[in-house]
Design a protein around this ligand. Structure first.
Ligand code: PLP
Length: 400
């Protein structure tokens, strides 16, 4: 036994299920050819960043004073960048934010860590809805908070309000929502959002302290025709928004996002200072200078995300025709069908026999389901359909 921090050693050594699948995929590709392995495990955007991203980056690199461009920015991000973002958000959501409402972060991951560390004292509870992005529990625990999971509403992947009421105790400091959702693809309806806001108001009043809502929105723009994503600060003023350009601009490796702290919230100055203080304590210093500027300049754009809707339509219809049960995603590039046996790990393992790589739902706090990431070329889905059919057929034969 070493005298290191065992928790960190274990986080650093455990291979995630997705990583395992990735390694398996590589091995199978070497055996049978990459075109015969149907990898739906990773949520890495498959479309390139828009051309304007490269153009903007090149123009900063060739035209800006390199000492400034490659220098430290203010800890909370360059003031001009934050002013541009405020303008962009104000145009889209009819708000009146200023640069002072934005804290630039190293992707949504760091934005979330700044929120958890900034808001929570040791032992405070953070409510998380299943199915959830698995890193939420790691980030919350890293901040000394206790994650409390609300079981999934598996009918529509909205919110099971009875289950939420049961966990909303005075120990709760924050509630995290992620809509459009990884892994279900669900988008919270306005009705859900209003009900959630009402309940958080009620409980904050009853307990005499604010329950903050953290809205994690890396998929905000990736929604399918007709789907509206309510802007949460309009419904609940104590909302912090965690945003990222990893998915909308296909820039996950550039690590750029922000925390939006609306001025209307309780103790705004203190909350903003706490978010910035958390960034300082975590050693983030400032988000990368070049890509702060690029993302601000391209904030009104997205990559060509239309392929995700094409893929969703193809996969949804085909899987339903084969007998799979799945809630229709309103956005993202994930689908979360029921596994064809109760044990989702066994089911995902069985899928590997058909070279289908899909992720068991238990890792997202929602057993009995599997996640399919369809941020892949459409042609991969077309070629994978016979494998999904053969898998379904095997289970039909087993169950008959
Ligand atoms: N939140 C959710 C729901 C995600 O799916 C991801 C990444 O997949 C993140 C946060 C982290 O995003 P980023 O790359 O911006 O750190």
């Amino acid at each position: 036994m070493s005298n290191l921090n065992e928790k960190m050693v274990s986080l650093g050594t455990q291979r995630s299920v997705i990583r395992e699948l990735f390694e398996f995929g590589k091995k199978r590709a070497a055996e049978i050819g990459a075109e015969n392995v149907f990898d739906f495990s990773i949520g890495n955007p498959s479309v390139p960043a828009p051309e304007s991203v490269n153009r903007t980056a090149v123009s900063f690199l060739s035209e800006m004073d390199p000492v400034v461009l490659h220098g430290y920015t203010s800890a909370q991000g360059d003031a001009g960048v934050r002013a541009m973002l405020a303008d962009s958000v104000n145009r889209r959501f009819h708000t009146s934010y200023t640069a002072d409402n934005f804290y630039m972060s190293v992707g949504a991951a760091a934005a979330l860590c700044c929120c958890f560390h900034g808001l929570c004292n040791q032992g405070d509870e953070v409510v998380i809805f299943a199915p959830y992005f698995p890193e939420y529990t790691v980030f919350a625990q890293g901040a000394g908070a206790k994650p409390v999971i609300v079981p999934a509403d598996t009918k529509a992947f909205q919110i099971d309000f009875d289950a939420l009421r049961q966990v909303l105790t005075p120990a709760v400091k924050a509630v995290v929502v992620n809509s459009p959702n990884n892994p279900s693809g669900a988008v919270y309806s306005e009705e859900t959002v209003k009900k959630l806001a009402g309940l958080l108001e009620e409980k904050s009043k009853a307990y005499g302290h604010t329950i903050y809502l953290i809205s994690d929105e890396p998929y905000r723009e990736i929604v399918f025709s007709g789907t509206k994503v309510p802007f949460l600060p309009d419904y609940y003023r104590n909302t912090l928004v965690s945003y990222s350009w990893s998915k909308s601009l296909s820039l996950p490796g550039e690590r750029m996002g922000y925390v939006l702290v609306p001025s209307e919230m309780d103790d705004f100055d203190q909350v903003y200072a706490a978010v910035a203080g958390a960034g300082r304590a975590l050693g983030y210093v400032n988000a990368p200078s070049l890509f702060q500027r690029v993302c601000a300049a391209c904030a009104d754009e997205t990559a060509d995300i239309s392929i995700y809707e094409t893929n969703k339509n193809l996969l949804l219809k085909s899987l339903r025709d084969m007998g799979y049960q799945t809630v229709e995603p309103g956005g993202t590039f994930y689908m979360f069908p029921r596994s064809l046996e109760a044990d989702d790990t066994a089911f995902a393992e069985r899928a590997k026999a058909y070279n289908l790589l899909i992720v068991p739902g238990c890792g997202f706090g929602c057993p009995g389901h599997v996640r399919i990431s369809y941020c892949v070329p459409t042609e991969r889905i077309e070629r994978a359909l016979p494998a999904f059919e053969a898998l379904a057929k095997e289970y039909r034969a087993k169950n008959s």
